[in-house]
Design a protein around this ligand. Structure first.
Ligand code: G3H
Ligand code: 13P
Ligand code: ZN
Length: 351
C-alpha cells in the first residue's frame, strides 16, 4: 500500500485506545530497524525526519528509502512525517517530497529557537493546514515550548523560562479552533535529547496533569508528546561500559506515557533512545573487536539494537497487532474527508 496520511493512523489509535511511537530516521539502517520491528509486532508505523535529517540524507535518498520500505512491507501502513517544520516553506517542500504528514512548529520562530507569539503561531499553522488538507496531508501543530523545568537541565528552554512556556489548556482549545490542526504537540516539561531530568520525574517536572486537562477540553484532538525517550539505564550502561561518557540522567518513564495514552496522547516521539541503542552497540564492537573495520559488522548490531527498542515501544504503547486492522486511505480520499467536515472530530474509544 502507498504511504498513508498520519491522520488515518491517529484516528484508528484513538478509536482503539492506543498510542503510536514516531521514530526519527537519518539513514537506511534506522528505517530497516523500524520496519523489521513493525513486521515482527504487526504494528502501523510513523517514520519522521527532522530538517537536519532531510539535509543529512538528501531528500532523494530518503524518498527512495521510504519507497523501499513500502515495497518490502506491503501489509504495514506507514506514515511519513516532517518533524519540527520551522516554516510553511519547510512543510511545503516535505509535501512535494511525498511526506504524508507535516509538523508546523510555530511555537518557535523560523530560527527554531526563539519562542513566538500566539498570533504568529496561528498564522503559520493555519497557512500550512489550508495547503496540507487540500492535498489530504495531516498537520501537527505545537503550542507551548519544550524544555525541562528543572534549572539548567534539558535542551532548549529550562527552569522558570520553560515553566512559563508549558501549554495553557484554555489556549490549546482556542488554538485548535483557530488552526484546524489534526494533532497538537503539548509542552509538559519534557525536552529533546538524553538530559531531561536529574532524577526520576515527579508531577512537578513532568506535568502530566496538563495533558489530562487538555484532553478534557479537546477530547477529539490527537495529542502528541515530544521529547519522550525513556533514556533507560541499561542503554546508558552499555555506552559507559565501552568507553562512552553520559552523566546521570532520567527520561520519561513508560508508565507516564501509558498514562498519557489514556488521556488522548496518540503520537509519542522517540529519537534519543534509538541513538543510545545504536551508539552502545557500535561502541561494543569497536571495543571488543578492535581489528574489525567492515561497517556491516557494527552497523548490523546497531540496527538490531535499535530494532529491540522499537519492538519494546510498539508493544508498550499498544500499537502492536494493529497493522492489519487499519483500513488504509490515500491522500486523495483524505481530501474528501476534509472537504466534508472542515472540523471533523477525531473518533475516540467509547468510555
Ligand atoms: O527534534 C528532535 C529530534 O530528535 C531530531 O533531532 O534535529 O538532531 O535531527 P535532529
Ligand atoms: P527524544 O529526544 O526524547 O527522543 O525526543 C524526540 C522528539 O521529540 C523528536 O521530535
Ligand atoms: Zn520533538
Amino acid at each position: 500500500m502507498p504511504l498513508v496520511p498520519m491522520r488515518v493512523l491517529l484516528d484508528h489509535a484513538a478509536e482503539n485506545g492506543y498510542g503510536l511511537a514516531a521514530f526519527n530516521v537519518n539513514n537506511m539502517e534506522q528505517i530497516q530497524a523500524i520496519m523489521e520491528a513493525a513486521e515482527e509486532t504487526e504494528s502501523p508505523v510513523i517514520v519522521q525526519a527532522s530538517r537536519g535529517a532531510r539535509k543529512y540524507t538528501n531528500d532523494a535518498y530518503l524518498r527512495h528509502l521510504m519507497l523501499a520500505a513500502v515495497e518490502l512491507h506491503p501489509k504495514i501502513p506507514i506514515a511519513m512525517h516532517q518533524d519540527h517544520g520551522n516554516s510553511p516553506k519547510t512543510c511545503f517542500s516535505a509535501m512535494e517530497q511525498g511526506f504524508t504528514s507535516v509538523m508546523m512548529d510555530g511555537s518557535l520562530l523560523e530560527d527554531g529557537k526563539t519562542p513566538s507569539s500566539y498570533e504568529y503561531n496561528v498564522r503559520v499553522t493555519r497557512e500550512v493546514v489550508q495547503a496540507a488538507h487540500a492535498k489530504g496531508v495531516t498537520v501537527e501543530g505545537e503550542l507551548g515550548c519544550l524544555g525541562g523545568v528543572e534549572d539548567g537541565h534539558g535542551a532548549g528552554l529550562s527552569g522558570e523560562e520553560a515553566r512559563k512556556h508549558l501549554t495553557d489548556p484554555a489556549q490549546a482549545e482556542q488554538f485548535v479552533a483557530d488552526t484546524g490542526v489534526d494533532a497538537l504537540a503539548v509542552a509538559i516539561g519534557t525536552s529533546h535529547g538524553a538530559y531531561k531530568f536529574k532524577r526520576k520525574p515527579t508531577g512537578e517536572v513532568l506535568v502530566m496533569s496538563v495533558i489530562e486537562e487538555i484532553h478534557k477540553r479537546l477530547p477529539n484532538t490527537h495529542l502528541v508528546m515530544h521529547g519522550s525517550s525513556s533514556v533507560p539505564e541499561e542503554l546508558l550502561d552499555v555506552i559507559r561500559m565501552y568507553g562512552g561518557y553520559i552523566k546521570e540522567t532520567y527520561g520519561v518513564p513508560i508508565e507516564e506515557i501509558q498514562r498519557g495514552i489514556k488521556h488522548g496522547v496518540r503520537k509519542i516521539n522517540v529519537d534519543t533512545d534509538n541513538r543510545l541503542a545504536m551508539t552502545g552497540a557500535i561502541r561494543k564492537v569497536f571495543a571488543c573487536q578492535p581489528t574489525e573495520f567492515d561497517p556491516r559488522m557494527y552497523l548490523g548490531p546497531a540496527r538490531e539494537s535499535m530494532k529491540k527498542v522499537c519492538v519494546e515501544r510498539m508493544v508498550a504503547f499498544g500499537q502492536a497487532g494493529n497493522a492489519g486492522k487499519i483500513k488504509p486511505k490515500t491522500c486523495q480520499e483524505m481530501v474528501f474527508f476534509y472537504e466534508e467536515l472542515p472540523q471533523k472530530a477525531a473518533p475516540q474509544k467509547a468510555k
